[in-house]
Design a protein around this ligand. Structure first.
Ligand code: NAP
Length: 485
């Protein structure tokens, strides 16, 4: 990597899926003057971070690749993390992105210089970089959240967070505790149960679990997947199935009734013990938190070496966890599958826009942007998976692809028009968010606590509609939405 200062046309922060999409489209557009700066030692983003046992994608793999890069190598319908990581790495090679990568470096500050029409960056090793366009793809789920439980730091055993897994920690035959029962926990609990001497699962909320209809992809599937019309048909099939699933978030729909019934049936079929079944029964409306798709989760609780604890955790002590019923749960390893900090995105990065305004201040009451991509007061900045772009029903890659195309359109339009920068009109952002928040009022996501919501209750992470609606909204960059300079 070159030492010293450097200038680019585009600087992309983050070498995950979003960095891959933007980099690919930039190269296809003939752009070579860009860098992808990544704090981790390799590309992959969330798949680089999430290496816990059992990690896999929870949407069908044919939909978990970009439209321009179908992957005929998937070995399962729901691919495991190492397979996805391999696909991502292959893409970084095949799309010619390796020379653009600057790995192991974090951007700590980004400041827009209106005079020059350029973003000025500082890295954690003190370098100064600059670029005309800034694509910020830091990842909405990249800051692991440790539970706020008294005494956590005093635990004498090994403490792990699911998103910072240490594969060297011995697990076989040990007393393992897992805090959390969300999407991540449901994936790591079954493999941990196979290895632990004793596994204690600490559940604060029972989540909705629906069957995961997984299957291996054999040689015939993989051969057919090389045939573009077949690959396109499989992808289209899953796209429409998952779009139908979006209806499951709306009261009174057939989709909602079917999905709710499927959840009840799975619990009934897989948990025989009536007491346990009641403990595992979700008490909030389906969809309010991310739905878990797992056929191997409930059966774990019938294993003799597994215990479900629903009493509140009072504190962590050196030997283990103390619960409200006065019991001490002695542990060797404590796994926190407690999710991510989403209330204050981009915490580790100071972003300064026009007239010295700071993004952290503007977002204090909850992050907002225009269709999750541009923010008024921060010209030539493009967020990837920004505010209100999360999806509870389909592949997030569909959203990334739309955002990347929009960003590239904007860049091309500014060049063609001879403009230095474009700043989103504040009223466009205001009206867009007012409509979005009005739509979210009374939605299923307002009925429980989740990472979709800011502490003040505002839903800042989730897009409420169908994918086709989101994609259509970003299909055309409109100059009239922006102030041009
Ligand atoms: P999460 O959904 O935020 O779940 C965190 C879990 O930890 C919840 O069960 C929560 O309980 C519990 N918890 C947090 N603090 C606690 C405390 N102090 N005491 C007791 N329990 C506590 O996090 P996640 O499971 O990591 O999933 C986050 C998101 O990542 C998902 O929604 C999904 O979008 C994504 N994900 C995707 C995949 C994939 O396959 N693509 C896999 C895993 C995750 P409460 O529910 O009571 O708050």
């Amino acid at each position: 990597m070159p030492a010293g200062d450097a200038s680019y046309e585009v600087l992309v922060l983050g070498a995950g899926m979003s960095g891959l999409a933007v980099g690919t489209l930039l190269r296809r557009a003939g752009e070579r003057r860009f860098a992808i700066v990544e704090k981790s030692a390799g590309p992959g983003g969330t798949w680089w971070d999430n290496r816990y046992p059992g990690a896999h994608v929870d949407v069908p793999s044919p939909l978990y690749c970009f439209s321009w890069a179908p992957n005929p190598h998937w070995t399962r319908r729901f691919a495991a993390a190492p397979e996805i990581q391999a696909h991502v790495e292959r893409q970084y090679d095949e799309q010619g992105l390796r020379p653009h990568l600057q790995l192991g470096h974090a951007i700590t500050e980004a400041r827009f210089d209106a005079e020059a029409g350029r973003w000025r960056f500082t890295t954690d090793d003190g370098r100064r970089l600059d670029a005309r366009f800034f694509v910020c793809s830091a990842g909405p789920l990249s800051q692991p959240r440790w539970p706020a439980i008294e005494g956590l730091a005093r635990f004498a055993g090994t403490r792990l967070h699911s998103a910072r897994w240490d594969a060297a920690v011995p697990l076989d035959g040990r007393r393992i505790g897992v805090i959390g029962t969300g999407s991540t926990a449901a994936q790591l609990i079954p493999p941990l149960a196979r290895r632990a001497g004793h596994l204690t699962v600490f559940q604060r909320t029972a989540h909705w679990v629906l069957p995961r209809i997984d299957r291996p992809y054999g040689a015939l599937d993989r051969a057919l997947a090389r045939f573009p019309p077949y690959a396109a048909a499989v992808r289209a099939f899953w796209y429409h199935v998952l779009e139908w699933g979006r209806r499951g978030f709306d009261e009174g729909t057939l989709a909602r009734r079917s999905m709710t019934a499927a959840g009840h049936r799975l619990l009934h079929a897989q948990v025989r013990d009536p007491v346990l079944r009641e403990q595992l029964r979700p008490r909030y409306p389906l969809g309010c938190k991310r739905i878990i798709y797992a056929s191997d989760y409930y059966p774990v609780f019938a294993q003799p070496n597994v215990a479900l604890v629903t009493d509140d955790i009072v504190r962590v002590v050196p030997e283990g966890l103390l619960t409200a019923d006065g019991r001490l749960h002695a542990l060797d390893v404590l796994v926190c599958a407690t999710g991510f900090d989403t209330a204050a995105p981009l915490q580790s990065l100071r972003v300064q826009g026009l007239d010295g305004r700071m993004l952290a201040d503007d977002w204090r009451a909850g992050a907002e942007a225009y269709r999750g991509v541009t923010v008024s007061g921060y010209p030539n900045l493009f967020l990837m998976l920004g505010p209100n772009t999360g999806t509870g029903h389909t592949s997030t890659l569909l959203y990334i692809e739309a955002q990347a195309r929009y960003a590239l359109q904007a860049m091309a339009a500014l060049r063609a028009g001879g403009h230095r920068w474009a700043d989103l009109r504040p009223e466009v952002q205001r009206e867009h968010n007012a409509a979005l928040q009005a739509r979210l009022q009374g939605s299923v996501w307002t009925h429980c606590r989740s990472w979709y919501r800011h502490d003040n209750g505002r839903i800042t992470a989730l897009f409420p509609g169908f994918t086709r609606e989101y994609v259509k909204g970003l299909a055309r960059w409109r100059a009239e939405d922006y102030r041009l300079a």
